[in-house]
Design a protein around this ligand. Structure first.
Ligand SMILES: [Zn+2]
Length: 678
């Protein structure tokens, strides 16, 4: 799944935003044996061989930047959530149900929002207009800080506030929560959008500046074009100090421990004392600065750029960020740039879906609790827990069989598997929304209050013990995640249902689809990021030098394999940027295949079952994306596009046997060239 315009717009729950989806469009696993009837050979293009008929028959809906079979699952889940909300509106069972219903109603009240016009924005804009000097600017910037990023679990690096905040245990301290400061302040997804000199990027820059100007005009702010030019130029300078997506992913570059006093010395230009006091971090002594270069650069710009430019920056982002709660003209302008231009999506999604999205962002656990009670049966939980146990066994066995790994390393790997927390369906503890005031006629206020409450809850963790059972995804999200510092995995209930996980389906199908996904997530505990965290979640290299050397050699081959794929003549996949996910795909597929074979009574009778396993795998990736969205994903996403993720089957010996793949075919790799990491 690619970060959507919606995700860029809302920043209520860091964990909900831009969650790094291992597989956005999950499997339609039935009927597994029905490969396409095109002339494509499995060895030439396995994705097309399995999915060709589907690809020819499906059109991307107008309000989407892409479409995969699992979109149906997301649609079903949304319909279910809508019905639950409507039932709560008709008859609220408790205070929380009423809040859900009121929050939803406030976003559905299109007429009310139109009638109020720009009035709800005025207090925000007046506060910004009243800023008199750089000291007050520092306080205002601190006031925008929200817990809206997550560099490790959800790999969400995007915030249009000047900085992003993440509260998690320390990289070298598993006992205490620490605030992490990340780069931010860009309205476009990444520094590359500001700095790359391709014609496509240059064009986007012009369109973005036009969007800023249009937003100013619609918000009733004079001199829109000149202001837009200044805001864009400021962002361009912020972008110059930003780390690339690749550097952001390197956790070894992130453990920069700064005391509160360090900021003034290391990043002069911003009144940090005022900034942190206003951000609710005035008492905090220790920080981790994930992006020191960007923090230094932004602070310098606070000093050097004119106050008026910064006020324009704040005004634009204050409006841009909350467009979902504003009158139609502003919401449409926002969609025109973030949806149409940036993602190639022709039409905005329906209002009820956007309103549901707003509730999901604001009160994820409240809605998740209700969803799970109705739609996640205990039998599903049980069967999945059994599958997890089998796949964990497969990893234990694979570790034992590795010739290259040192005995001491194997011990820690086993320990890590044993302490791994695998959450199935939903968390043991739900978040509380007692502190959140919700009224049915104040969409903007509800949104802003929800963001503040979420950030306050995250800040409150600084005084609490670390909880490894904390979830970072809501139960109603079609997704899954590995959390390396917690040594934990979440499989939300919404992904654990037919057709993705089908209690009626064969093991071959379920292991090929959800099993490979489970394996994918478990393997993140051992991939190039996970290998950096030990069984307690501490950033510690638990491999020997020789282990690391082999792993690097093996993963370099996979990076090269992916860098050779060219989805467009002028754009190749970045094998380094997508390495973690590609490794996880390969390891997950291999371990799930082992686990599935272990369920067979007669291990010799595997040819047809193997076909089903791999076809189920390839079907789980079927997706069509618009060119703009695909290009954007290739540049910014840690995942390769689904078609090329499917191609990892070429590294599995069993796939060659199941489909009689021969030398000379496009995907054929000589046995020595097949990548084997685990
Ligand atoms: Zn992954």
């Amino acid at each position: 799944m690619h970060p959507s315009a919606t995700a860029l717009r809302l920043a209520v729950c860091a964990t909900l935003m831009l969650a790094a989806p291992l597989r956005a469009e999950p499997a339609n696993t039935a009927p597994p044996a029905a490969a396409t009837k095109t002339a494509v050979l499995p060895g030439d293009d396995f994705f097309d061989y399995v999915n060709g008929d589907w690809l020819n028959s499906v059109e991307i809906p107008a309000d989407r930047s892409g479409w995969g079979v699992g979109n149906a699952l997301i649609e079903d889940t949304n319909q279910r959530l809508l019905k639950l909300i409507e039932a709560m509106a008709a008859q609220p069972t408790d205070a929380e149900a009423k809040k859900i219903a009121d929050f939803y109603a406030s976003f559905m009240d299109e007429a009310g929002i139109e009638a109020k016009g720009l009035a709800p924005l005025q207090p925000l804009l007046q506060q910004i207009a009243a800023i008199r000097d750089k000291g007050e600017l520092a306080r205002a910037l601190g006031g925008t800080l929200r817990a809206d990023v997550d560099p490790l679990n959800a790999t969400n690096f995007f915030t249009e506030n000047l900085f992003g905040l993440w509260i998690a245990q320390g990289l070298k301290d598993a006992e205490h929560y620490t605030p992490y400061l990340l780069q931010g302040g860009l309205g476009m997804p990444d520094r590359a959008y500001y700095l790359d000199n391709t014609p496509a990027m240059k064009k986007l820059r012009g369109q973005y500046q036009a969007h800023i100007a249009a937003t100013f005009k619609l918000a009733g702010i004079a001199d829109a074009d000149a202001r837009a030019a200044r805001v864009f130029e400021l962002e361009r300078r912020i972008a110059m100090a930003h780390a690339s997506r690749e550097v952001s992913s390197d956790v070894l570059k992130a453990n920069n421990n700064w005391s509160a006093a360090d900021f003034a010395r290391k990043a002069p230009g911003l009144d940090w004392k005022a900034f942190f006091a206003s951000a609710g971090l005035g008492e905090q002594k220790k920080f981790i600065v994930w992006h020191p270069g960007a923090v230094v650069g932004a602070a310098r710009l606070v000093q050097s750029a004119p106050l008026e430019t910064w006020k324009d920056f704040l005004a634009f982002h204050s409006v841009n960020h909350v467009s979902s709660a504003l009158p139609k003209a502003l919401a449409e302008q926002h969609f025109d740039f973030y949806g149409r231009t940036l993602n190639g999506t022709p039409e905005q999604s329906l209002r009820w879906k956007r309103s549901l999205n707003a509730v999901n962002m604001a009160m994820p656990d409240a809605l998740g609790k209700v969803y799970v009670a109705k739609y996640f049966p205990p039998e599903s939980k049980q069967r999945l827990q059994q599958m997890v146990a089998k796949i964990v066994d497969a990893f234990h066995a694979r570790i034992d069989q590795l010739a290259w790994m040192a005995p001491a390393t194997k011990l820690e790997a086993h320990a890590k598997l044993k302490t791994l927390y695998v959450g199935i369906g939903y968390p043991d503890k739900w978040a509380s929304y007692e502190q959140l005031a919700v009224t049915p006629d104040d969409a903007l206020g509800n949104l802003l209050r929800a963001e503040r409450v979420h950030t306050q809850q995250q800040l409150a963790k600084l005084k609490q013990p670390v909880d490894r059972g904390e979830w970072c995804m809501p139960a109603q999200l079609v997704n899954a995640v590995n959390m390396p510092m917690q040594n934990a995995i979440n499989f939300p209930a919404a992904i654990l249902q037919a057709p993705y996980f089908d209690p009626q389906a064969s093991d071959a199908v379920n292991y090929g689809s959800i099993g490979a996904t489970i394996g994918h997530e478990i393997s993140h505990s051992f991939d190039d990021q996970g290998a950096q965290f030990d069984s307690r979640g501490l950033l510690r290299d638990w491999w020997t030098a020789a282990d690391g050397k082999h792993f690097k050699r093996a993963s370099a081959a996979l990076a090269a394999q992916y860098s050779a794929y060219k989805p467009f003549p002028d754009l190749a996949i970045n094998g380094q940027q997508t390495l973690s996910e590609n490794l996880a795909d390969l390891a997950g597929l291999a371990a799930s295949h082992d686990a599935y074979r272990a369920t067979l009574a007669k291990p010799s009778a595997t040819a047809e079952a193997d076909q089903q396993f791999f076809i189920g795998y390839a079907m789980s990736w079927r997706e069509k994306a618009r060119e703009a969205a695909l290009r954007r994903a290739i540049l910014t996403d840690g995942h390769a596009p689904d078609k090329w993720r499917t191609a990892t089957v070429r590294n599995m010996d069993a796939w060659y046997q199941a489909f009689n793949v021969q030398p000379g075919q496009t995907l054929y790799l000589a046995p020595k060239d097949r990548v084997r990491v685990w």
